[in-house]
Design a protein around this ligand. Sequence first.
Ligand code: DHB
Length: 565
Amino acid sequence: MWATSMKFPFRRMVLCGALGATASFSVYASNGNNQDALRFNPDSGGTAGQVSVYGQTVNYTAYTVSYVSKPVKADQQVMTIYIPSTATKNSAIFMPLNTGGYNQISLSAPADVTEDNESGSTRAAALALSKGIVVVSPAGRGRNTTMDVNGVTTEVGNGPAAIVDLKAAVRYLKHNDSVMLGSAEKIVISGTSGGGAFSSLIGATGDSPVFKRYLNEIGAANASDSVFAVSPFCPITDIDNANAAYEYFFYGSGITTVNRSSTSILTMTANDQRLSGVMANMYPNYINGLGLKNPNTGVPLRLNSYSPDAVMGGSYRNYLYGILGDSATRFIIDSGYVNADGSLNEDGQAYMSTPTAMNGATSGLAPQDFIGWNASTKTATLTSWKNFLRFMNRLKPVGAFDNGFYYVTGEMDVFNTDPTALQNDVTVAEGWNHFDVNLGDAIVKAGLKGVSGYTSLNNFKVPDAVAQWAAMMNPMYFIVKSKRNTGLDVNPYAAQMYNTSKVAKHWRIRVGSYDRDSSPFISMNLATALQNQGKDVDYKIAWNQPHSGNYDNVDMINWILKISQ
Ligand code: DHB
């Protein structure tokens, strides 16, 4: 715990210029950094290594380099470049992120692959190497990165630090494109959850001048930081709108139990449920302000205020139903559950009728309680929204990402502007920054201001610098134009992000059907916004998957080969 009196003077200092000027200037203009220090030399420093893929040995040379000339934490701002013996000048460069929870990113080595269905980013790396793709494993700062500053343990990876480091890593690759195998015009970045957020941000914010000051500070190369393609799994992103989205998702399900873990279960009080309803009804304003369109039909995706009859929820909600149905259909067919006449075989019937635990909790429900199978069309459809939600169960309380009354979330730690308030202080206390204006408004609208249990929100405020960070760290703001007086303007800096960046051309977005770390709306919005901008987007919900990633490595690597030919 920290003393408030000590906290604020420092905080004020840090807040002064979080974003700095956003005036336009040349992104690649000389920044006075030592560019020679960032030169890659293929003839020195490499270490030979190998990994086994389906029993075949894949040989590579690995180089660990510093990607900045003025590191904040030298051992964290490095990356390992794995160049397979079959790489060419034209090979794609695959950058899997080894991180979760918005924490720091660690170097990781490729791991042996024996079977197609083995998961994990280190196996994706090995598969990539086996196809001649260069693999780059960056380390980078995150919200748990600390160092000793004059005897005080200090956080040095909050706010956009992780994004800034990854941008610097990308710049290093672009800066050295002529001397390194692989093409820096074909960088593909991938990550899961917090890493899915980081990779989405790298994809959405390429070359945006809003990061320039930070990149100069660490001595990044004078080069582009845009990437070719992004493959995020379950990105925990759009976090200043994800609270409201989470409530829209779960509201009306009748779920009042929050299964944080099998030993940590919260019960939502009547006041929590009231707050949930207020937040749920803020979400349509945001969605309708985005102006999304069904990418197949061009029909506007509209969301109505919450209705117990979910089908009445509007075209936006029905669009998600369709995507979930398609996901279940693929799963049932790919699992071999369908007879030639379209009926379900014995295994298929067993799948549908067997109650299973999901996300560590037993609902007593089986898939047939929320999906139906049509044998003549060989398609599955979602038949009960409520049962679907009850089957997957709820992970987070109201205020899923920005809270402070039940606990301080990891995301609140990302927006911590007091470097001496450490992440292991993440307990309920006054003084943590909020970043979601909706939460403050909802507390007032729900009549909960000053009410016991919520008093930590009495002086709810999103500091200006935090709003700037939240805008810089929301890929949606870079992709979709902000519309005045809609939810998007809840963040006053949202509009400044739009059209400042070069957005990646190719995206492969995956989220599990039973992922409850965020609502499925988040990845659907990202995919749809990108599709509406004419990007090449392969977006699917992976049926039967919880919050996870890299479960389809072979398909992902094939996708990389296809787009990078
Ligand atoms: C991750 C999971 C979360 O629920 C969250 O809020 C942030 C990050 C993760 O697994 O990376």
